[in-house]
Design a protein around this ligand. Structure first.
Ligand code: ARG
Length: 738
């Protein structure tokens, strides 16, 4: 193996081709043209057809986008098919919401884990869907010629919508598929995606949080990592194999393709590719955009989310029931909160603004060389600058009112009562009131299942105080100001009174209202009225914010077009937008900071080192300690230890969580689950020397399923690739050295 690499290195040296893969989230249809040769040189042993083919089953058929709801797009995570019976692997943090929903004090699957020992025990999940990619097509030429730069933003999007719906109809006359038409390169290109969506997706297995979320929020976004971040699902279909809602008689999906699993492990420099659904990046952002992120967006999101999180945390730690109820909401917000702290730090430290300014200065030089270019693009950078000035002006009042109107959960819930209020006011007699009552009973059941009013009351008091202080008084609605005056600025008293008088504070009161719905009651409810007022003011403020963004969109589109024109030989990859991408790179260590070197893999011994029974985030389950003490690693170990996590240079972002990490033979070697602290500005600029993808080693996943949980039934379903070494790799290497 090493020798081969040396040979290739020599070939490169003389071919003048630089091996600069790592960065880039590539569209699978272009991989053969843009990346395949590069990938082969880096260690890929598959044909281009085995990777992406629409005529034969190929790797793309094993990749799944997870979403809430039956329409594809905005995938929150990625999963992959690992058996011929529709078994899926994804991350624990991707299954977390589902695991939390199935949990209670009696069945605490968050704390204890969950393992279906037979298919009958698998748990259905309303709303969760698994999307498979069927094919994609470039439809730019059907759209762009009908647009112009002088069109208003709304005319432009109306035109795109009109053409897209025609394209969708023609592509799928039998309405068999789900089709999206999506913009790329800031509106310079359009692609059509054909998907198949399965809505019966059941929970099969999850380790306890002490494995699946080991290290908690402390270790989140950081390396070295020791988290067994995986969970297991299964896709079911109607008996004829077609997508179907949950039904008892449904059968496991027979997939077109599933990934074999490798137990051979990874070595520094090994080829690694990752498939998935990255959500959003901003790689072509201007320096003005970076400035806005640093001075407005990131610090305010961090500040406002932090307020809510610290109140939640206190109550969650004091009471396990509240802890279970708020676990998923908390984890989601805490993840975003820490992300923006890291992004802000990274943007500053890595001088991302300076990097962007350098590109802009090249752009200006390029413009100045040619009059036609000047005519086309000279307004672009000044337009972007003005755009961000306008966005900055409207941002703070907008974001504060948006969070004030939505982060107290009682106000968010109040929004569900808009329809019934209108029906009651107009004394509707069509039966719509009864329908609405039934829907609201269901909504109330869901809302109160994970709700604790005393906690929310504290959040409410704090958010109202922030809103009163931060939003200019002339932008605050009158009803809000009256309320503040009534309590002489005592926000706790205000909260206590609103919660006492509103029927939205307990499920019993909501149901009592729904038993006898009355306009008089709803029109006097303080939470509903306040919610409406704050929402109304937020809508007004969002108008300005949206307008500023639309003006900006035109210049950002032209900037993107100009950059591509300026560098005609560069292979540009489009920003992430929740469409299927492939990224390739290698297993690598890194230097994190001055005198800080990070190795590329972590071990079970490191889990034991981090153990702290007094800290919920670092508890190690007894069974895991026992297995470790006995070195009972089965075929998953490596010498006298077990690899838990490893790093690669792959270019991923949110939405990629759960993505398969695949070796040069097309075998699954891990699941991607995080990015690293030193390169948190990675969504805006990829940092080749610092940016790493954090993966859980597939051998740790299988060890937990097999040895820890005893779920041999699941192991038996997998296709395990032939083991290459009879001696453990490290021992093998050690012998070679001697
Ligand atoms: N940072 C990970 C991601 O964005 C989520 C990890 C979840 N763990 C946690 N402690 N919240 O995908």
């Amino acid at each position: 193996m090493k020798r081969l690499n040396l040979l290739f290195a020599i070939i490169f040296l003389f071919s003048g081709i630089s091996m600069r893969a790592d960065e880039g989230m590539w569209l699978p249809i272009f991989v053969e043209r843009l990346n395949y040769v590069d990938m082969q040189k880096m260690g890929l042993h598959l044909t281009a057809e085995e990777i992406y083919s629409i005529n034969h089953s190929s790797m793309k058929d094993a990749i799944v986008g997870l979403s809430n709801g039956p329409t594809p797009g905005g995938f929150f995570c990625t999963a992959e098919v690992v058996s011929d019976q529709g078994l899926l692997f994804t991350n624990h943090h991707c299954g977390y919401d589902v695991i939390q929903k199935h949990s209670s004090i009696e069945h605490d699957y968050l704390a204890d884990g969950f393992w279906a020992m037979s298919k009958e025990e698998e748990l259905p999940n309303e709303g969760l869907s698994a999307t498979f990619f069927v094919r994609m097509e470039n439809v730019t030429d059907s759209i762009i010629p009908f647009l112009s730069d002088t069109m208003s933003a709304s005319d432009r999007s109306a035109k795109v919508k009109e053409i897209s719906s025609r394209l969708k109809k023609n592509a799928d006359p039998d309405k068999k598929y789900h089709i999206n038409v999506t913009s790329f390169f800031n509106g310079n290109e359009y692609y059509m995606f054909v998907y198949e969506v399965y809505t019966d997706v059941r929970l099969v297995g999850a380790p306890p949080s002490s494995i699946g979320k080991f290290g908690g929020d402390t270790d989140n976004w950081m390396w070295p990592r020791h988290t067994g971040d995986f969970s297991i699902f299964r896709v079911y279909t109607a008996p004829d194999g077609s997508p179907a809602e949950y039904a008892k008689e449904n059968v496991p999906l027979k997939p077109k393709y599933h990934l074999p699993v490798s137990l051979n492990g990874v070595e520094k420099g090994d080829f690694a590719m990752i498939w998935g659904y990255p959500g959003s990046t901003d790689r072509y952002l201007s320096s003005y955009g970076v400035d806005f992120q640093i001075n407005y967006f990131d610090p305010n999101i961090v500040r406002l989310l932090g307020e809510q999180l610290s109140i939640w945390k206190e109550d969650m730690s004091a009471n396990r029931e509240v802890g279970i109820k708020y676990a998923s909401k908390y984890a989601g917000n805490a993840n975003g909160w820490k992300f923006y702290i890291g992004e802000l730090k990274g943007l500053k430290k890595l001088n991302v603004k300076g990097q962007k300014e350098a590109i802009e200065s090249d752009f200006i030089d390029w413009l100045n060389q040619d009059q036609a270019r000047k005519d086309k693009y000279s307004e672009v950078l000044p337009g972007i600058k003005t755009g961000y000035e306008n966005i900055s002006k409207s941002f703070l009042p907008f974001i504060t009112s948006a969070l004030a109107a939505s982060s107290p959960e009682i106000l968010g819930f109040a929004q569900s009562f808009g329809v019934i209020s209108g029906l009651l006011e107009s004394k509707d007699e069509t039966g719509a009131i009864d329908e609405s009552v039934a829907e609201l009973r269901e909504a109330a059941r869901e809302h109160f299942k994970d709700y604790n009013a005393p906690t929310d009351q504290k959040v409410f008091a704090r958010m109202m105080e922030i809103y009163a202080n931060d939003v200019p008084a002339d932008l605050q609605p009158k009803g809000f100001k009256d309320l503040v005056a009534k309590y002489k600025g005592d926000f706790k008293a205000m909260a206590a009174d609103v919660f006492a008088r509103s029927f939205l504070s307990t499920e019993a009161k909501v149901n009592a209202f729904l038993d006898k719905p009355s306009y008089k009651v709803i029109s006097k409810d303080p939470a509903i009225n306040l919610g409406n007022e704050l929402m109304g003011s937020m809508m007004t403020l969002s108008g300005e914010y949206r307008k500023a963004n639309q003006d900006l969109a035109k210049y950002e589109r032209l900037f993107m077009a100009g950059l591509r024109e300026m560098m005609p030989d560069k292979a540009f990859y489009p920003d992430a937008n929740s469409t299927m991408r492939l990224t390739y790179g290698s297993v690598q260590d890194y230097k994190g900071a001055d005198a800080v070197y990070y190795d590329y893999k972590t071990h079970l011994s490191g889990v034991m080192d981090k153990e702290d029974p007094t800290n919920e985030e670092f508890i190690v389950p007894a069974k895991l300690k026992e297995l470790y003490a006995k070195k009972d690693f089965g075929r998953y170990g490596c010498g006298d230890d077990l690899v838990v996590g490893f790093l690669t240079t792959n270019d991923i972002t949110g939405g990629n969580s759960g993505s398969p990490v695949i070796n040069g033979n097309g075998e699954l070697i891990g699941l991607a689950f995080d990015g690293n602290w030193e390169a948190m500005s990675g969504n805006i600029a990829y940092e080749p020397n610092l940016q790493r993808t954090i993966c859980v080693d597939i051998r740790y996943v299988l060890f937990v399923i097999d040895k820890y949980a005893g779920a041999q039934n699941l192991i038996d379903e997998l296709t395990i690739a032939p083991i290459k070494f009879t001696v453990q790799r490290d021992e093998f290497e050690a012998k070679l050295v001697k």
